[in-house]
Write a protein that binds this ligand. Structure first.
Ligand code: IPM
Ligand code: MG
Length: 371
């Protein structure tokens, strides 16, 4: 298969982790005789620095003509610490999601046996957790009208949803539930918010078409507690933009590190694949960031094109690296490995899992593994 992939590495650790995902995709291309053509484009703080715009038109053009977008991370402390900044890196990501019609953000959460003991949550609580969050991505409070009074003392963000915006992602979530354990949980705040009551009404109507899927409704405050208390109860979580943003960071604690969580954003046009983590500026350039979320996002990209065997190869290699403790400091504080070392191990393992020459003794010593 031939795929044109737009690479928007972005800010902070974005370029480092994306580079590892590309390395792994190249290994897949070699092994299965695919052709992946990458075109780099700027987004975020780096794009503001060079063009003044967090999403230059040239970047959007590249995305529109590509088959898929591989996204790194966005954000820079110089904007985070300046609430008066008029142009912000995040606007680039939001505009990209909106312009590309990426209304559904799919965030899977799994656990790895060898990481269970590292989670802050008790092992017996998280073992076997496997759910996916369907987060609405182009509506709600993120995109509603924003106001700030002239005296700067009163601000507002409007939260608006239409039935159409709810229905299209609800259908995707119900269809996903059908291929899984057939349970869908709508997370909302219907005891307070009008938009949440509309979500409930629409989901109840759509549920009639998916009678094989059990539907449950949870208020977001309760859901935040249940995710930590009993995460195994969830299969597909469907929720609005802001709640999905918050709950997915919370859920990452279950898997052991936010550096493990990948996502796919799908909708009307080209789909995009990105880690759920941010730009982690403190780690930028140090070769310590966890590349697994980016590499697993590349696996989701392959799945999107029904290259399921290829995607499975990547997941198996990621599992192997975790099993061998061949991981970055967020998962391994005694003998950690560098971003590039983890990426090289995974691409080598993808190429040839039998011959990958990993030296267990060196791994335990925290030294080079690929020999
Ligand atoms: C995410 C991020 C973004 C969001 C930021 C960077 C705008 O936190 O993808 O979860 O809030 O959607
Ligand atoms: Mg977030």
């Amino acid at each position: 298969m031939k795929l044109n992939i737009a690479v928007l590495a972005g800010d902070g650790i974005g370029p480092e982790v994306t580079q590892q995902a590309i390395k792994v995709l190249n290994a897949i291309a070699d092994k299965y005789e695919h052709t992946f053509i990458y075109e780099k484009a700027e987004v975020g703080a780096c794009a503001i620095d060079s063009t003044g715009d967090p999403l230059p038109k040239s970047t959007l053009d590249i995305c529109e003509k590509s088959d898929a977008i591989l996204f790194g991370a966005i954000g820079d402390p110089k904007y985070d610490n300046n609430p008066d900044a008029i142009v912000r890196p995040e606007q680039g990501l939001l505009k990209l999601r909106k312009s590309m019609g990426l209304y559904a953000n799919i965030r899977p959460l799994t656990t790895y046996k060898s990481l269970l003991h590292k989670s802050n949550i008790k092992q017996e609580v998280i073992e076997g957790t496997d759910f996916v969050i369907y987060r609405e991505l182009t509506g709600g409070i993120y995109f509603g009208e924003k106001t700030l009074s002239d005296d700067g003392l009163v601000a507002s963000d409007n939260c608006q949803y239409s039935a159409m915006e709810i229905d299209r992602i609800a259908h995707l979530a119900f269809r996903a539930a059908r291929t899984r354990r057939k349970k869908l949980t709508l997370v909302d705040k219907a005891n307070v918010l009008e938009t949440s009551r509309l979500w409930r009404k629409r989901v109840a109507i759509i549920a009639k078409k998916y009678t094989d899927v059990a539907v449950e409704y949870l208020f977001v405050d309760n859901a935040a507690m249940q995710i930590i208390l009993d995460p195994k109860q969830f299969d597909v979580i469907l929720t609005e933009n802001l709640f999905g943003d918050i709950l997915s960071d919370e859920a990452s604690v279950i898997s052991g590190s936010i550096g493990l969580l990948a996502s796919a954003s799908v909708g009307d046009k080209t789909a995009m694949f990105e880690p759920i983590h941010g730009s982690y500026p403190q780690a930028a350039g140090k070769n310590i960031a966890n590349p697994l979320a980016s590499i697993l996002s590349a696996a989701m990209l392959l799945d999107h094109f029904e290259l399921n065997e290829e995607a499975q190869d990547i997941r198996a290699a990621v599992e192997k690296s975790i099993e061998l403790n061949l991981t970055t400091p967020d998962l391994n504080n005694t003998n950690h490995f560098s971003t590039t070392n983890v990426g090289s191990f995974i691409s080598d393992y993808v190429m040839d899992e039998d011959k990958t020459n990993y030296n267990k003794h060196n791994i335990d010593l925290g030294q080079s593994t690929i020999i």
